[in-house]
Design a binder for this molecule. Structure first.
Ligand code: IPE
Ligand code: IPE
Ligand code: MG
Length: 246
């Protein structure tokens, strides 16, 4: 049986998030510049997006650039921002054809003007698409997101817009960038690193974590299938006992 046939279509993660890591090391292994790794990584992005839509995953969130990534050499940051613009231009057709809605989370005001403009254009053009929501985490940091939410909630309490007593998890959710997304079911990180790197800390509270040594530019359809099959063989207990689940 092929890997694809082993996937149970009615038991997919509703929300899949991926930390796409290892572009730089992939390029280095080939004796090329890091930027070449990032360029090659865009092919994996495209294939992953298409495959998730085909399978029927409703929400896909990709970590593309962290708040910490601004500290990389300017040359690399500039190249990543240029790559963002060219990918958005190139893949608009794919998003429209596949009925995919694009949205972004993060401190988008810090993006270069050109990137922001292209991003908002693609978001506007795909906003009514319904098959899958693709969320790009750009200039994203989970601690910053939580800090902003806390500030906003405090401001509302101070101005009697919400009562202190009414603050619950749902109110916190509503003040995060991810307010329209369900909790993450499965988080994949490539490249063999076993850390979260400031990604969706609140939203992964009960996610299944999957780490693979594959470097992002090598991450293929089959690797995604393997991760999904692995996920489907787990028992998500949410604090209960196995007997209660069965
Ligand atoms: C992930 O690959 C892409 C971004 C963080 C933008 P890296 O660039 O982190 O690749 P490594 O981890 O150095 O190999
Ligand atoms: C995390 O990868 C950010 C993205 C994948 C966009 P990094 O490569 O920046 O993470 P660290 O610094 O190794 O933890
Ligand atoms: Mg990395």
């Amino acid at each position: 049986m092929s890997l694809a046939n082993k996937i149970q279509k009615d038991f997919l993660p509703k929300h899949l998030a991926i930390i796409m890591d290892g572009n730089g090391r992939w390029a280095k292994l080939k004796g090329r510049l890091r930027v070449f790794g990032h360029e090659s990584g865009t092919k994996s992005v495209k294939q992953t997006v298409e495959t998730c839509a085909e399978l029927g995953i409703q929400y896909l969130t990709l970590y593309a650039f962290s708040t910490e990534n601004w500290n990389r050499p300017k040359l690399e940051v500039d190249a990543l921002m240029r790559l963002l613009v060219s990918s958005l231009k190139k893949e608009l057709k794919l998003l429209l054809k596949n009925n995919i809605k694009l949205q972004a989370i993060g401190n988008l005001d810090t993006l270069p003007k050109k990137a922001k403009k292209e991003l908002f254009e693609v978001m506007e053009k795909t906003k009514d698409n319904t098959r899958m929501t693709l969320t790009l985490a750009l200039s994203y940091g989970s601690r910053e997101e939580i800090k902003n939410a806390v500030k906003e909630i405090c401001h509302k309490v101070k101005n009697n817009i919400i009562l202190l007593e009414s603050i619950d998890e749902s109110i916190i959710n509503q003040h995060l960038y991810t307010q329209n997304l369900p909790d993450v079911d499965l988080l994949i990180r490539t490249s063999g690193e076993h850390r979260i790197s400031n990604f969706l800390l609140w939203q992964i509270a009960y996610a299944e974590l999957y780490f693979t040594n594959v470097l992002w530019p090598d991450f293929s359809k089959e690797h995604l299938y393997e991760a999904l099959i692995n996920y489907q063989n787990r028992e998500r207990r949410f604090g209960k006992t196995s007997e209660q689940i069965n």
